[in-house]
Design a protein. Structure first.
Ligand code: GCB
Length: 592
């Protein structure tokens, strides 16, 4: 699925801005039949929840409506007209005037609605988008809607971050030629000084294809014709972590010598491979430093914001992070493009978080009923997960920054049925992308003794909280647990091992001379203990702290104004631990 861009044959109109907004309970049936009768307006892109001072909107369970007028540029008569939603969280129905024109399920992947023949060039229409934030056991992520004795519907879910909903990413109207480039896939490699770009182009009809690759200065370095082939790049400049280099691939659909459609794509030439216990980028061992993040900021919720994006990347550079995981859902495509341009390495995670009834059972990990059962993660859940993977890989397959797929966060991989659930999904992931390693983040009660699925995967990604949820404030005991746990995985698998989550809630401004939970010193010392242990294992390939910044959660007795495991506060101020992490990751502590 190609991201809409403006090229010599395609045009793009942003529909971001302020839209009319209302929740369904305050509207008549079928409100799209006319202008929404509402005093409210919502910003797009932004989650709607924190925009208003109204608890009924914030925790609304059901549909909300966004509406605006749209004009189609009059020059688009010969072309197709499409709408692109970069995301609608978690489900959408799209109406043009009185008519339903498209639907989509899945809150973090884009979708198009083709309006060709529905709206004329030069005309205008009323665009209404119904968005639902509801989660059930057949959505990804899963959730549950309960009706209380007061008759109110309440959304619960099995992850801690707040269930923000709405149009949190951009909306576009775009044109493309009727005969057009439909899809582009690139796979890169190198041998010696020669780089290679294998390409595969899909067009909407039978038409000639030609491609050319330009270097960063615009000089053409390779050309070819035909929908499938290999471009060879002499003296290739590789895309490297911390030293991005992007070529530009231009794909043209040509009829009788006339360019009918033109599409361009940045291409970074690099390889990724797991060999023994090493994670290799360009044949060189790579060690991940960085974070699990969230798309989360005040007021906007999960709304994409370029200013926050730039600042977050600046802070990651300041602290010496070379990577992050898109926990716990695919992030806005702008974020991956930024990482492509700046050489930041990304573990691209699906929205499959909460496939684990053990979390309902508390620290024991004992599920009230089996996770992989008719009642919870069933065949429909698995199909939703598969569809999500298809859409994610279609969107992100060409990004050089993406070095690994993480297909679930903390599933109940220790439970019966986990293998049957995951095996087809791993096979699908590898079919869709044979080039990247595949992982999942391991929940603490999935141990090296009881986990049932690790053999399917390439990298052991551990989420562990020794010294926090287990052995709270007892770092000596925590250190022993952690050491034994890592050793166990090494003995069992022989695969590369990394930590994708370790962290301690920390309230800025709270201090102690003792090992005291919630203090800034404890977060620093907790991380230092973890690092001591990691450094004993040559099989260790990375450390990603939980979390980059404090983030909003649902209410709960474990959370004070959200999850406070951030190394930065929600408004991106460093806590004490930020400075010691920086010393470690930039090598200022003398460690190489
Ligand atoms: C986890 C989850 C993450 C939570 C974190 C925590 O294991 O993967 O989503 O936020 O623990 O802080 O409890």
């Amino acid at each position: 699925m190609l991201k809409p861009t403006s090229t010599s044959t395609r045009e793009l109109v942003s529909l971001d801005g302020v839209w009319r907004f209302a929740i369904d309970s305050r509207l008549p049936d079928q409100p799209w039949h006319g202008p929404l009768d509402t005093p409210l307006e919502a910003a797009v892109p932004a989650s709607y929840n924190d925009l208003f001072a109204d608890p009924e909107i914030r925790d609304h369970v059901g549909w909300v409506y966004y509406q605006r007028e749209v004009r189609v540029p009059r020059g688009w008569g010969e072309d197709e007209t499409l709408l692109r939603f970069d995301a609608a969280t978690h489900a959408a129905r799209v109406y043009v005037d009185d008519r339903l024109v498209g639907e989509h399920i899945g809150g973090y992947t884009p979708f198009d609605v083709n309006l060709t023949g529905i709206v004329p060039a030069g005309g205008s229409f009323r665009l209404t988008v119904a968005v639902s934030g509801e989660l059930t056991n057949e959505t990804v992520p899963p959730g549950k809607i309960e009706v209380g004795i007061d008759g109110r519907r309440r959304q619960t879910y099995f992850h801690d971050f707040y269930n923000y909903a709405g149009l949190a990413r951009s909306v576009w109207l775009y044109s493309r030629p009727r005969t057009h480039v439909e899809d582009v896939t690139v796979v890169t490699g190198f041998a010696g000084t020669a780089g290679s770009v294998d390409y595969r182009i899909v067009t909407s009809g039978a038409i000639d294809v030609r491609v050319r690759l330009a270097d960063a200065r615009g000089n053409i370095v390779a050309e070819a014709t035909g929908p499938v082939g290999t471009l060879t790049v002499a003296d290739v400049v590789l895309w490297r972590p911390g030293a991005a280099y992007l070529y530009d691939l231009t794909v043209e659909a040509v009829s009788d010598g006339v360019v009918v459609d033109s599409y361009s794509l940045p291409v970074g030439v690099r390889t990724v491979e797991v060999r023994g216990h090493e994670f290799l980028i360009n044949d060189e061992p790579f060690y991940f430093t960085g974070f699990g993040k969230h798309e989360d900021s005040p007021v906007r919720g999960k709304g994409h914001d370029d200013a926050f994006m730039v600042h977050d990347f600046q802070l990651m550079e300041w602290i010496g992070a070379n990577s992050f995981r898109t926990s716990h859902y695919p992030y806005a495509e702008e974020v991956l493009e930024f990482a492509d341009r700046h050489g930041i390495v990304v573990i691209d995670e699906t929205a499959a978080v909460g496939l684990n009834m053990g979390v309902v059972g508390g620290m024991s990990g004992t599920p009230p009923f089996p996770t992989f059962s008719e009642q919870y993660a069933n065949a429909a859940t698995q199909e939703a997960h598969a569809q999500h993977l298809r859409e994610l890989i279609a969107r992100d397959k060409n990004h050089p920054c993406v070095v690994m797929w993480c297909i679930a966060n903390e599933p109940a991989s220790n439970e019966e049925g986990a293998l049957e659930y995951f095996e087809p999904l791993v096979t699908l992931t590898r079919e869709l992308d044979p080039t990247r390693p595949v992982t999942y983040s391991l929940v603490m009660f999935a141990t090296f003794q009881n986990d049932k699925i690790i053999d399917l995967f390439d990298v052991v990604s551990m989420n562990r909280y020794y010294g926090w949820y287990i052995a709270t404030a007892d770092l000596a005991l925590a250190e022993m647990y952690l050491q034994g746990d890592i050793q166990g995985w090494i003995d069992r698998t022989g695969k590369p091992i990394m930590m994708t989550e370790y962290g301690a809630d920390t309230q800025p401004g709270v201090h102690s001379i003792w090992d005291a939970a919630w203090t800034e010193e404890y977060q620093r010392d907790y991380l230092a203990m973890n690092h001591r242990v990691f450094d004993r294992f040559p099989q260790f390939v990375g450390e990603q702290v939980w979390n980059f910044a404090d983030f909003a959660t649902s209410n709960g007795i474990h959370r004070v104004e959200g999850n406070k495991k951030g190394i930065f506060t929600r408004d991106r101020k460093p806590k004490t631990a930020a400075h010691s992490l920086r010393r470690r990751w930039l090598g200022l502590d003398g460690r190489k």
